[in-house]
Ligand binder design. Structure first.
Ligand code: PLA
Length: 467
C-alpha cells in the first residue's frame, strides 16, 4: 500500500517546523493526503519533507510511492476499446474498435503466405544475430520496391533512404525525430480528423503540428477546398502528412485528379509531403493502385517521406514491421539522411527485430509466394467490401426515415466513419455492446456478414433515438 506513511520524528519541538507546518508528530500512522498536507500540497510532492522540516533530525520510513505525483493516464482511445471489449461478458458483443482483420467467424487470421515464409525460415535455420541498425537489407530493398515500383528511377538512382522501423508507428516516430533535429520549428500539417496517434507521435517528438480541413460532415465526404486552402496557408516548407490510401478514420480518399491538385499546391509552397502508408494493398486489393498517390508525387521529382506498415496487409500486427523511406533529390543526400536515421534509431531501440523483416523479404522475394499474397490480400479486401455492402443494404432496408446511407459505400479501406457522435457511440457500446472509437469510426474488418443486421439495428437506434 502506497497510501500511508509512518513518520518517526526525533528530538524536535514544534518550533523547529516552519510556520506552514503546524503539526508535530510522534510515531503516527498517517494517510498520504496527510503527508501531502503536511509537506506542501501545492507542490504535490511529499518528498519535500527535508525542506519543510528544516533542522529536524528524523528517521523516516516512508511507504508513500516516489511516483505519487504521477496521475493515471486515460485509456488509449483505440487500443483501450479492446480492453473494454474483453471485460464485457455479453454474447452479442462486437469489437469494431481497433483495425484488425478477422475471418467471417470473427477470429484473428494468420495469412497462409506468412506460414509458408516462416516454414522456409525454419528450414533454413536462420540465426538470431543482431540486425544492422538500419534493419535487414533484403527487407529494405523489397519494401522500397513495393512502394515506388521496382522499375522506378528513384530506386535505380539510389535516391531512397530506407530504414526498417518498428512498424508504421515506429517509422513515423523516426521521421518525427528527424524533422525535429534537422528542420527545427518546421510544422507538420495533419488532416482533421486523423489517426489518433499522429498527434501523440509529433507531440512526443516535440514537432509542432496543426490541422488542415479534410472531412466535411455535411457531405460525409472530403472538404477538398478547405484542404487545399489550409495547405496553401501553411508556412512555406511545412511537412504535409497525407494518408497514402484508405484514410483513417474517414475512409475518404482524394480522387486521382484531386491528388494532382494537392501535389500542385505542395509544390507551389515548397512543402514536403510526408505519407503514412499503413494499408498498401489492403484498401483496393492492389499493391500498385494503393501506392499510386506516392508514385504520383515521386514522378514529379518531389522529395518526400513515406512511413510503411505491414500490420494489416500481411497481418503482422505484433511483429512490428515497417519502414521509413526518405526520397531525396540525390543519392548523396539519401546516404546522409540514412546515416542520421540510424543515429536516431541507435539510442532509441538500437536495432530492429528480425522475424517480421524476414517474413516480408521471403514473401515478396519469392514469385510464387508473392502472387499468393496478392490473392490473399484481395480475399481480405473483398471480405471487407462484402460486409460494407451488406451493412449498407441492411441500413437502407431497416431505416424507414429515408436517410441516405450511401456514404458508407463511397468509403474505402477497413473503416467506416458512421457520423455517429460521442453520445451515440456510447449508446452503441452501453446498450448494444458494439465497441468502437468515440469519433464514430467502426472497423469493418471486425464485422461478419452474420452480424450486419444487428449492427444496422444498433446504428439506427443510436442515430435516431440518441441526440
Ligand atoms: N498509420 C495509420 C494511419 C494507422 O491507421 C495505423 C494503425 C498506423 C499508422 C500504425 O500501425 P502499426 O504501428 O501497427 O504499423 N491503426 C490501427 C491500430 C489499425 C492502432 O491504432 O494502433 C487503428 O485501429 O487505427
Amino acid at each position: 500500500m502506497a497510501s500511508s506513511a509512518m513518520l518517526s520524528v526525533a528530538s524536535a519541538g514544534p518550533s523547529a517546523f516552519p510556520a506552514n507546518c503546524k503539526t508535530s508528530l510522534r510515531k503516527t500512522k498517517i494517510g498520504s493526503s496527510d503527508v501531502r498536507q503536511l509537506f506542501g500540497k501545492a507542490k504535490g510532492n511529499p518528498f519535500l519533507k527535508s525542506q519543510c522540516l528544516g533542522r529536524v533530525t528524523m528517521a523516516v520510513a516512508v511507504n508513500v510511492s516516489r511516483f505519487e505525483g504521477i496521475a493515471m493516464a486515460p485509456p488509449d482511445p483505440i487500443l483501450g476499446v479492446s480492453e473494454a471489449f474483453k471485460a464485457d461478458t455479453n454474447d452479442m458483443k462486437l469489437n469494431l474498435g481497433v483495425g484488425a482483420y478477422r475471418t467471417e467467424e470473427l477470429q484473428p487470421y494468420v495469412l497462409n503466405v506468412v506460414k509458408k515464409a516462416e516454414k522456409l525460415m525454419l528450414e533454413r535455420g536462420e540465426n538470431k544475430e543482431y540486425l544492422p541498425i538500419e534493419g535487414l537489407a533484403a527487407f529494405n530493398k523489397v519494401t522500397a520496391e513495393l512502394l515506388f515500383g521496382a522499375d522506378n528511377a528513384v530506386i535505380k538512382q539510389n535516391r531512397v533512404a530506407t530504414v526498417q522501423g518498428l512498424s508504421g508507428t515506429g517509422s513515423l516516430r523516426l521521421a518525427a525525430a528527424l524533422i525535429e533535429r534537422y528542420f527545427p520549428g518546421a510544422k507538420v500539417l495533419i488532416s482533421s480528423p486523423t489517426w489518433g496517434n499522429h498527434k501523440n507521435i509529433f507531440n512526443d517528438a516535440k514537432v509542432p503540428w496543426s490541422e488542415y480541413r479534410y472531412y466535411d460532415p455535411k457531405t460525409v465526404g472530403l472538404d477538398f477546398d478547405g484542404m487545399i486552402s489550409d495547405i496553401r496557408a501553411a508556412p512555406d516548407g511545412s511537412f504535409i502528412l497525407l494518408h497514402g490510401c484508405a484514410h483513417n478514420p474517414t475512409g475518404i480518399d482524394p480522387t486521382p485528379e484531386q491528388w494532382e491538385k494537392i501535389a500542385d499546391v505542395i509544390q507551389e509552397k515548397n512543402h514536403i509531403p510526408f505519407f503514412d502508408v499503413a494499408y498498401q494493398g489492403f484498401a483496393s486489393g492492389s499493391l500498385d493502385a494503393d501506392a499510386s498517390s506516392v508514385r504520383l508525387f515521386a514522378a514529379r521529382g518531389l522529395e518526400l517521406l513515406v512511413a510503411q506498415s505491414y500490420s494489416k496487409n500481411l497481418g503482422l500486427y505484433a511483429e512490428r514491421i515497417g519502414a521509413i523511406n526518405v526520397l531525396c533529390s540525390s543519392s548523396d543526400a539519401a546516404a546522409r539522411v540514412k546515416s542520421q536515421l540510424k543515429r536516431i534509431a541507435r539510442p532509441m531501440y538500437s536495432n530492429p527485430s528480425v522475424h517480421g523483416a524476414r517474413i516480408v523479404a521471403n514473401v515478396v522475394g519469392d514469385p510464387a509466394i508473392f502472387n499468393e499474397w496478392k490473392e490473399e490480400m484481395e480475399m481480405m479486401a473483398g471480405r471487407i467490401k462484402n460486409v460494407r455492402q451488406k451493412l449498407f443494404d441492411s441500413l437502407s432496408a431497416k431505416d424507414k426515415s429515408g436517410k441516405d446511407w450511401s456514404f458508407i459505400l463511397k468509403q474505402i479501406g477497413m473503416f467506416s466513419f458512421t457520423g455517429l457522435n460521442k453520445t451515440q457511440s456510447d449508446n452503441m457500446t452501453n446498450k448494444w455492446h458494439v465497441y468502437m472509437t468515440k469519433d464514430g469510426r467502426i472497423s469493418l474488418a471486425g464485422l461478419s456478414l452474420a452480424k450486419c443486421e444487428y449492427l444496422a439495428d444498433a446504428i439506427i437506434d443510436s442515430f435516431h433515438n440518441v441526440s
